[in-house]
Design a protein around this ligand. Structure first.
Ligand code: ZN
Length: 112
């Protein structure tokens, strides 16, 4: 008997990222690419309802409300590595990389 382990915190396809975290196509494709080169980080938050956003102290107008942001957890070192990759992506020609790269005390917030 074979088991397939599904790790919802690390989607490997755009469709899974959209379905599991309520992301836009754009955000989902960036997230999947980032996770592929960043082992050891996990998604802890994606799209939020206005109620949920208020409950977790999210800012008004947060990209989480539009399915354009995720929070990642992991060790500080892993999160800094992910932040570096995200920032590099935003410097490429025709930049569609992240609009927000915010290192918080216990997570990395990325918004596209
Ligand atoms: Zn966030």
């Amino acid at each position: 008997m074979a088991y397939v382990v599904v790790n919802k915190q690390r989607p490997t396809t755009v469709n899974d990222a959209k379905e599991w975290w309520g992301l836009t196509d754009h955000a989902a494709s960036h997230l999947v690419r980032l996770l592929a080169v960043c082992p050891g980080v996990a998604v802890s938050s994606g799209r939020r309802s206005p109620e949920r956003n208020r409950a977790v102290g999210g800012v008004a107008g947060s990209l989480h409300l539009e399915g354009r942001a995720v929070d990642l957890t992991g060790t500080r070192r892993r999160l800094e590595h992910a932040a570096w990759h995200a920032r590099e992506e935003s410097r490429t020609p025709g930049r569609t990389g992240p609009q927000e790269v915010l290192m918080e005390s216990d997570h990395l917030h990325l918004g596209w």
